[in-house]
Design a binder for this molecule. Structure first.
Ligand code: ATP
Ligand code: MG
Length: 506
């Protein structure tokens, strides 16, 4: 008895894994029985070699999404759970590359070597790890930077009908990050391959590819790939954010992501809810968008900004996915088809667009020149609607209309032409001072196109000061100091003299 007590019992080192079998197989999704203790996102291996990840549970079965093609998988085949969660390789080598939802290269530029792996369904940083959003993320689109400013770490929804310039806003924001030390990720979900090709060539032409990663899950890829793409893009972004860098991610678009999730859920025989979407669609998108944010200094101080795109049908923002995403994000840029057809591009409707982070993310100079702009433009649109006949207008109303027209022209901006913060300050300072009120449309366009280059060539020091002054974030100082105002005013006088000589020949 004594002997038995002291004797050590040796347990052989065994790798305990559960083994189940495929019960049913449907369009890339397998129902597996016999894996009672697996968790969401866990990897499993099929006997025939393919892998899959756990996406949900029923009372008796586990729902597994097959990675790659169904291929040789058969009903009755054994499935083994693996001791790992679904991960993707991440790292600096991904910059400038086009990858699929599992971070495998699609661009024929060879293998991508990575040092680390990140979980695809990583949990968002907690509240104590975050900091308030206060730094601006300049998009180079005048109307956005002035009226609906976006901050680093914010989630701003881009919402609008088909073919109204949603993708263009995302792409322009990426193009504008050139030389600003911001890593960009463009995530293409469920769209045609040809359209993505166009985006890639634009980014390449604008030299934006070297700081951008493209995650592509085009329409022809499997449902699993399309479902995974935004999570993979976030994991790639998280790698850079945790290194203290700033990241901008564009999801183009989440409507298609919701469609693919609906398709998968219906195949899994989950009970459909509103618009046939499963009940957890809100969770799906909130879990994803929660991963954006600004980390505390102790965590490196990095940030990840999300620009998710959502499509509407005939401007209806009361659809299920639309209302969900509006309520999850920190504001929306609403694109109005009527404005687009009228030629006001980017066709952003200032009445329905908002940035909940607000003007505190604007630099002091931009905040100063954009004061009252939104209200002035909204009043102009309202007056335009009410007064089709201009003859009975009072003098004051006529002046307001005149200023509104000028503002309208100033806010029009072709895509792929981002404007620097200095230029935005100069143009809108001129508007605020009323300098542009007397100019008619063609001359105004000439002014918009030429004036900043004129100041830059005449007075590079002033432009440099403007560039530096924009970094002052304290509103007390006010970025537009008297010297700058004086300098600019003198340039306006000189420029208009030059313009007058050009126009009248005198
Ligand atoms: P889809 O619904 O197909 O995804 P979308 O809403 O993403 O379309 P875009 O592809 O960005 O729209 O743009 C549609 C068209 O409008 C393109 O031809 C683009 O060049 C043009 N466009 C977009 N923005 C502007 C702009 N600011 N000025 C002039 N043209 C623009
Ligand atoms: Mg698009």
């Amino acid at each position: 008895m004594e002997n038995l007590k002291t004797e050590k019992i040796k347990i052989p080192l065994i790798d305990v894994r559960e083994v189940g079998f495929v019960k049913d197989l449907k369009q890339g999704i397998a129902k597996v029985e016999g894996l009672p203790s697996c968790v969401y996102g866990q990897l499993v291996r099929f006997d025939s070699g393919s892998k899959g990840f756990v996406m949900g549970f029923n009372m008796e079965e586990v729902l597994v999404v097959i990675l790659g093609t169904e291929g040789a998988i058969a009903v009755g085949e054994t499935v083994t759970s693996l001791a790992e969660l679904l991960t993707v390789p991440v790292g600096d080598n991904f910059l400038g590359r086009i990858v699929d939802s599992l971070c495998q290269p699609l661009d024929k530029k060879g293998e991508i070597f990575s040092s680390q792996k990140y979980s695809v369904f990583k949990e968002a940083p907690g509240v104590m790890e975050r900091e308030p959003i206060e730094e601006p993320l300049a998009t180079g689109i005048k109307i956005i930077d002035l009226a609906i400013p976006i901050g680093r770490g914010q989630r701003e929804l881009i919402i609008g009908d088909r073919q109204t310039g949603k993708t263009s806003i995302g792409i322009d924001a990426i193009i504008n990050q050139k030389g600003k030390d911001v890593i960009c990720i463009y995530c293409w979900i469920g769209g045609p391959h040809v359209a993505l090709q166009k985006v890639i060539s634009t980014l390449a032409y604008k030299e934006a590819l070297k700081y951008t990663i493209i995650v592509s899950a085009a329409a022809e890829t499997s449902a699993a790939e399309q479902y995974l793409a935004p999570y993979t893009a976030s994991a790639l972004g998280e790698y850079f954010m945790e290194q203290g860098k700033h990241v901008l991610v564009v999801f183009d678009d989440l409507t298609k992501h919701a469609w693919i999730y609906r398709q998968m859920s219906l195949l899994l025989e989950r009970s459909p809810g509103r618009e046939a979407y499963p009940g957890d669609i809100f969770f799906l998108h909130s879990q994803l968008l929660e991963r954006a944010g600004k980390l505390k200094k102790e965590r490196g101080g990095g940030s990840m900004t999300f620009l998710p795109i959502v499509e509407t049908l005939q401007g209806d923002i009361s659809g299920y996915i639309q209302t969900n995403t509006i309520s999850i994000t920190d504001g929306q840029i609403y694109i109005n088809t009527v404005l687009f057809k009228e030629g006001f591009k980017p066709a952003i409707d200032l009445g329905l667009s908002v940035s909940r982070v607000g003007s505190k993310v604007q630099c002091a100079a931009i905040r100063e020149v954009s004061k009252g702009l939104r209200l002035e433009y909204s009043q102009y649109r309202e007056m335009l609607r009410l007064t089709k006949m201009r003859t009975h207008l009072s003098q004051e109303a006529k002046e307001k209309m005149r200023r509104g027209e000028t503002l309208h022209e100033l806010l029009i901006q072709p895509n792929e032409t981002p404007v620097s913060v200095e230029e935005e300050i100069v143009l809108f300072y001129a508007f605020q001072r009323g300098i542009l009120d007397s100019l008619l449309a063609p001359t105004l366009q000439k002014f918009v196109n030429e004036f900043f280059s004129y100041v830059r060539s005449e007075d590079p020091a002033l432009v440099q000061t403007l560039k530096e002054k924009t970094n002052i974030t304290s509103s007390v100082l006010g970025a537009l100091t008297i010297e700058i105002k004086k300098g600019l005013d003198q340039h306006f006088i000189d420029y208009f003299k030059k313009l007058k000589v050009e126009i009248t020949g005198l």
